[in-house]
Design a protein around this ligand. Sequence first.
Ligand code: DGY
Length: 329
Amino acid sequence: MKPKVFVTRRLPDEVMNFLEDHFSLDLNPHDKVLTREELLRSVKGIDGLLCLLTDKIDARVMDAAGGNLKIIANYAVGYNNIDVDAATARGIVVTNTPGVLTDTTADLTMALMLATARRIVEADRFVRQGKFKGWAPLLFLGADMHNKTLGIVGFGRTGYAVAKRAVGFDMQILYYSRHKASPEKESTVKATFVDLETLLREAHFVSIHVPLTPETRYLIGEKELRLMRPDAFLINTSRGEVVDESALADALKKGRIKGAGLDVFEREPEVHPDLLELGNVVLLPHIGSASIETRTKMGIVAANNLLEKLIKGQKAPNTVNPEVYTIAN
Ligand code: DGY
């Protein structure tokens, strides 16, 4: 008998076909986030759950599934939506999808840097509104990105991929991370390890690439924003809660920093109302990994984690709570 898997939202066709081939599949039939009640109802009796960062998977959901639930495969690299400790305590493996979305997210980060510094979105609106009356020397003056200083907060996969791209823009790269990178990694992109305060004071572009943890929540708040240069841009493609959104809105409104590019928000899908009113911020609906190639790869990675655990009885390759194997045995 095929293991029972519930998928909380339709994924690209190639992924759905792969899942259908291997599992007895149940799928949220609506293209919307399940309500709490719907989620609790849908997980009953499943062996595996394929969920998204918009699904809050806590102890209650795990218990609603019943004793058969062996694996929660998150369709994302970040897994702050899952209570991992509760899963471990129940012997449930939790997996994510690292690696496959790194470059796509780094591409979008560069797009946000350019869009904010060169005022791309404002300029597009201007043309559509029929306001373009011809080339003008002072029309939509922005800031250069090349030859500027980029401060990367979090120098893991995505932070490093952004650094590699920034080399092509002749940017000077500073980074702040929990650990200093190897000399080889630093020298490939000519990156300099600095403390957060130095990075914030010196960078023209501050780009955030840390996971959301209790330590990184509000890593950038009013105090940090005040350290930034008045001509600096803040870019966030990691998790919204890393930045205090109302402090950011205030800094943007008062011109304490020049602009911001945000793909993520503190209370998604809600956006701080002040940000919606501001012209010096570019707002995207969490599309960092949204290319068809990458969303397909993420699905295959998640499906493969289910396959290894539920069908082959192996350790799932992208387990984020490896201690679960020791406890379970
Ligand atoms: C992730 O994988 O954590 C991203 O935010 C989703 O694209």
